[in-house]
Ligand binder design. Sequence first.
Ligand code: LMR
Length: 412
Amino acid sequence: VFSNVDRAPEDPILGVTVAYNNDPSPSKLNLGVGAYRTEVVSSAYLLSIFVEGKPLVLDVVRRAEQQLVNDPSRVKEYIPIAGLADFNKLSAKLILGADSPAIQESRVATIQCLSGTGSLRVGAEFLKKHYHQSVIFIPKPTWGNHPKVFNLAGLSVEYYRYYDPATRGLDFQGLLEDLGAAPSGAIVLLHACAHNPTGVDPTPEQWEQIRQLIRSKSLLPFFDSAYQGFASGSLDTDAHSVRTFVADGGECLIAQSYAKNMGLYGERVGALSIVCKSADVASKVESQVKLVVRPMYSSPPIHGASIVATILKSSDMYNDWTIELKGMADRIISMRQQLFEALQAKGTPGDWSHIIKQIGMFTFTGLNKEQVAFMTKEYHIYMTSDGRISMAGLSTKTVPHLVDAIHAAVTR
Ligand code: LMR
């Protein structure tokens, strides 16, 4: 009965890892998926064999897990549909700030979800059912999964201009024009920081103008916060955009992920927060979000959220986490500098200053599809076809290989 099912293409991002895994070359390099890797420390480069950096489990995560394992009172019972209460409270505090009036006034409904993607999907399903507008404006370009998540939830997706290939920076005028022309009440997806794939963020002054426009048109902001602390190294700085939208007393939704900032990728831990006008509304909203979750996956998993709650609850562990988080962010920032300097030193044609201007996990190189295909074929460097590279997958030892490949690609 399934013989007429067509084969689906691989995912444009996760499929890059599949292709990488199938490549026997010892010099292959995976700069596709946004997943942190450690610096390469072996001397393997001297043998012309690249040993890639390893996935990193944070020390503080290991300690939290140890504490959980040693706690005899822990059981594997179902947790509530909305997830662990402590986790939800602490997650809202993390993104909104400890002194957020919205939290103090109990106006925030927070639900533990399956990482950022699950939070977006649950939020979208809730909006489709309970919000009067079903159009969502998303930036062009955006994370490849965004349109699919929203379409499947029944929202119709439109794009607003975001990135200007000519400047490799923000198309601020285009953004203001497109959001200015959006129908009143439309939902607007905003990347809280470290825009994926471009690494281009509005300045604080631009955020303020965006906020004023969104509020004046009664658009509904839906933040995707996948990189808090990972972009600048500061949890507060990276939450600035979200907090300005909450400080004005208006509503918004926030999808939070702990994949990158706690390195909990495979634990699938995140949260959806819906900031409402009153405590009464927030509690009704939460009751409805639970109705979205129950038939979808019943209740969320316990382990990842327990790790996060353990770390956020303990001031010692929290402090250690911020240090490890800053270490990851700083390593990425240093990779940007190294790549930029190495391209300059080699005299590779073009202005590469966007590498150090963009922030977060990715550099949107400006390399085109053909150049990417060439680099993969000739240099075994794997990246998404839009020219995005994960800076977190690069290390001091592998920069020269990448520079050789980029140089060859742009001078062919
Ligand atoms: C990415 O953009 O590489 C990450 O967000 C991982 C993913 O799921 O696509």
